[in-house]
Design a binder for this molecule. Structure first.
Ligand code: KG4
Ligand code: ZN
Length: 334
């Protein structure tokens, strides 16, 4: 049987990325141009700057991925691109580029949901065994997703307010840590202890939903009160206490959902999956279980196009094709 080669493009936020994926499981070439330095001095991603950088970087990144793979467009079976969710101006650059390439070379075009990509990043490391539970924790999403077959996603829990990564970034800002805050809070947390016992938002007993805004406010209030009273709180302990609260809830709810749905595999995905504390906590929780726990390498956790190619291959094999009228969709449903 002939191999399938997918060219994938991802520009939903502040990474301009392209990859070539073979048969949905093998990375032939992967290029990521990050814009972190350009956004750092603003303390977060500036959408207009992100779009402009994508325009500047896109052709360079594409040329590099083909050079690395030693391939040409003629050898590609289809072009997959992140259709949404994300920043509309940023997404548009990827979608327009994918359309142009696919149209010029008469290849099928495939729209991919960014979160499907994060989940499928794991398949570049390990084959899926269903039923499978995915904990997706990124800057914009916190979701527990149940999968019984390829390409079908059932959201069984989600955040009711802030996403986990968003809470990390906001807490980082109150601690005067640079953007992106998640890795900085993670690093500090390793040096401190959970001395503050912030609240854990368990919600209703049977709920797989999450809430992080209360915790975020508790951190901000604690810092504010300490400052007013002239108390000196150690930043390491604030970070460690915040992180312990987030991780406790993520770990417990993931474990309970995995047991309730009798899954064979648990995977984690998204930028916050890079968190050292979360990775260790899940490993500890599942170590005595027969459920297989998959933790992706760091380069597969943060935004990249390899994951879009992995998810795009499934869509391609299922016969899903986008029309030339496909548009960037910042609010796309999974
Ligand atoms: O998946 P991602 O790269 O982009 C989105 O799709 O949102 O996730 C970015 C998020 C940011 O909020 C960042 O602070 C967070 O992931 N993050 C982390 C860590 N590394 C990245 N959060 C906690 N600990 C980390 N080590
Ligand atoms: Zn992402």
């Amino acid at each position: 049987q002939k191999e399938t080669y997918i060219l994938a493009i991802e520009t939903s936020c502040d990474e301009t990325a392209a990859a070539i994926i073979k048969d949905g499981t093998e990375v032939v070439a992967n290029v990521v141009a990050t814009q972190i330095e350009s956004h750092k001095r603003f303390g977060g991603v500036v959408p207009e700057i992100a779009s402009r950088h994508h325009v500047e970087q896109m052709t360079i990144v594409l040329e590099e991925v083909f050079a690395k793979a030693n391939m040409t467009m003629e050898q590609i079976d289809a072009v997959a691109v992140t259709e949404g969710p994300g920043l509309v101006g940023a997404l548009l650059v990827g979608v327009s580029s994918a359309k142009a390439l696919a149209y010029a070379h008469q290849k099928p075009l495939i729209g991919v949901h960014h979160i499907a990509g994060h989940i499928y990043a794991n398949r570049l490391q390990e084959e899926f065994t269903f039923p499978l539970l995915a904990l997706v924790v990124s800057g914009g999403h916190t979701e527990l997703i149940l999968m019984k077959e390829h390409g079908v996603f059932e959201v069984i829990g989600e955040t009711r307010d802030d996403a986990a990564g968003e809470a990390y970034d906001k807490v980082a800002r109150t601690l005067d840590l640079p953007y992106p805050g998640g890795p900085e809070v993670d690093r500090l947390a390793q040096l401190g202890e959970d001395t503050l016992s912030f609240p854990r938002a368990w919600l209703e007993e049977d709920s797989y939903d999450f809430s992080f805004s209360g915790l975020k406010s508790a951190v901000i209030n604690t810092l504010h009160n300490a400052k007013q009273k002239g108390n000196d709180l150690k930043r390491e302990n604030i970070a460690a206490s915040f992180q312990a609260s987030v991780i406790d809830v993520l770990t417990e709810k993931t474990y309970r959902a995995a047991k309730d749905h009798q899954v064979n595999q648990v995977i984690i995905a998204g930028g916050v999956a890079a968190n050292k504390g979360l990775r260790a906590s899940l490993e500890e929780k599942f170590k005595e279980e027969s459920i297989q726990l998959s933790i992706p390498p760091l380069w597969l956790c943060t935004d990249n196009a390899a994951m879009i190619g992995a998810a795009g291959t499934i869509a391609y094999q299922k016969g899903n094709r986008a029309g030339w009228d496909m548009n960037a969709n910042p609010g796309l449903d999974l």
